[in-house]
Design a protein around this ligand. Structure first.
Ligand code: SAH
Length: 406
């Protein structure tokens, strides 16, 4: 291969040879040839043996991200084969007309690239939404969108590369239509596996439009509500557009309380409530800070049978872990105080910097302070369309606990 070459530093080769996809600048002895930022480079060991191939960004702390450990060209056929593998793994969702994550970046062996798929139940067409998190992906996103359009049979491919993390790669935010046709008003009507319909705004919604990582937990909640029988009252903290609430209503819950700081998100939740045909009297919405809401609820003596606590990322860096831990502890303590004996709490953290072990310890601390008793019924994580590569434990960001509380 004639691509430019990165020669690895002796003693720094092991993680790379063990298929970790990140190459820190300190692992590179020297650069041979004259690669352009974003270009494909070949990595060789200090003894000159082929190690891996990936893309280069001299401006990032992660100077290369690896795409293959085989000596093969990275061309259109390579990307098409990579998408075919991702599509085959998501057949159950695609065939059932369910939205899903198609490409989960490093965890799908395609660093820096996220692709979500939203099938529109109204038209039967599907739209893809792409996120380029790195320069290497940004540089070829038009090519990737064209391949996706063809291989996925999508009506259109949107760009939602409007995320802060791109700053670390020297990139600003970008969004819009990349290939194919726009969806009417840039919105699709999807149906989640829990059985409720949801309008997703592909340009204005969070992430790529929706929190697809919680789809399986939405369905689990519906099943738990069915098991527990009617008369269940749910508190849905950090509700966003109301998915956990809609799932609970699909399971026959008697009443839902959605709490979110965003009025726009709650407006969409209300539209979906009506669209799914659920009674207006079965849903209460509070545009409020969740911490303040919980304090007020404690004072007024409100109690719930099931509580969902799915806050935004509190720790964006390792330096923020301690402060985030205090936030999670306070939140969980307040949830313990508001749950009926025998009730269920689903509590989450989507901070990558908070490990599952630490999250357990935080929730344990909150429980002890509350004076209640609790059992772990189930460990929770993102759905099966968000796998974690065994060689990339950093990919596990969403962790949660289903607790029964006495
Ligand atoms: N549970 C949702 C996703 C939640 S995302 C789902 O399954 O789809 C986190 C939400 O928390 C966002 O909608 C954001 O508006 C909201 N939020 C952020 N800070 C908040 C705060 N202090 N109080 C209440 N809501 C907050």
């Amino acid at each position: 291969m004639s691509s430019p070459t990165l020669i690895l530093r002796p003693g720094r080769e092991k993680p790379i040879l063990q298929q970790h996809p990140w190459v820190y600048s300190g692992a590179i002895e020297r650069v041979a040839g004259d690669p352009e930022p974003g270009e494909i480079v070949t990595l060789v060991t200090s003894r000159g043996e082929f190690a891996a191939r990936g893309y280069w960004n001299p401006r990032s702390m992660l100077q290369a991200r690896l795409l293959t450990w085989r000596d093969e060209p990275i061309n259109e056929a390579w990307w098409s084969a990579a998408f075919a593998r991702a599509i085959a793994a998501r057949r159950p969702w695609l065939d059932a007309g369910l939205p899903c994550r198609l490409v989960h970046a490093e965890s799908d062996f395609l660093p820096g690239l996220v692709v979500d798929v939203y099938p529109d139940t109204a038209s039967g067409e599907r739209w893809a939404v792409l996120q380029a998190l790195t320069l290497g992906i940004e540089a070829r996103k038009d090519e990737l969108a064209a391949i996706l359009l063809r291989d996925l049979g999508a009506a259109g491919v949107y760009d939602r590369s409007d995320v802060d993390i791109r700053k670390k790669e020297g990139l600003g935010p970008q969004k819009g239509l990349l290939a194919g046709r726009a969806a009417p008003e840039n919105r699709v009507q999807v149906r989640e596996s829990a059985g409720f319909a949801l309008t997703v705004d592909l340009l204005k919604g969070h992430k790529t439009g929706h929190y697809l990582d919680q789809q399986a937990n939405h369905a689990l909640l519906r099943d738990l509500i069915i098991q527990r029988g009617p008369e269940q009252r749910l508190l849905n903290l950090f509700s966003y557009t109301g998915s956990f609430g809609l799932a609970a209503l699909a399971g026959g819950a008697a009443h839902i309380t959605n709490v979110d700081s965003s009025q726009g998100a709650l407006d969409l939740a209300e539209a979906s409530r009506a669209n799914n045909g659920y009674n207006a009297a079965s849903v209460a919405s509070f545009t409020a800070d969740a911490f303040q809401f919980l304090r007020a609820a404690e004072e007024s003596g409100d109690r719930w049978d099931v509580i969902i606590c799915d806050p935004p990322k509190f720790a964006h860096t390792h330096g923020q872990v301690e402060r985030a831990a205090r936030g999670y502890k306070d939140l969980n303590l307040r949830c313990f105080r508001l749950i009926e004996p025998g009730g269920l709490i689903m509590t989450f953290s989507c901070s990558g910097a908070i490990t599952r072990d630490l999250f357990h310890k935080i929730v344990f601390g909150a429980l002890v302070d509350s004076g209640r008793q609790a059992q772990i019924v189930r460990e929770l994580s993102a759905g099966d369309d968000h796998p974690v590569a065994l060689t990339f434990p950093e990919g596990e960001y969403l962790k949660g606990l289903l607790l029964r509380v006495y």
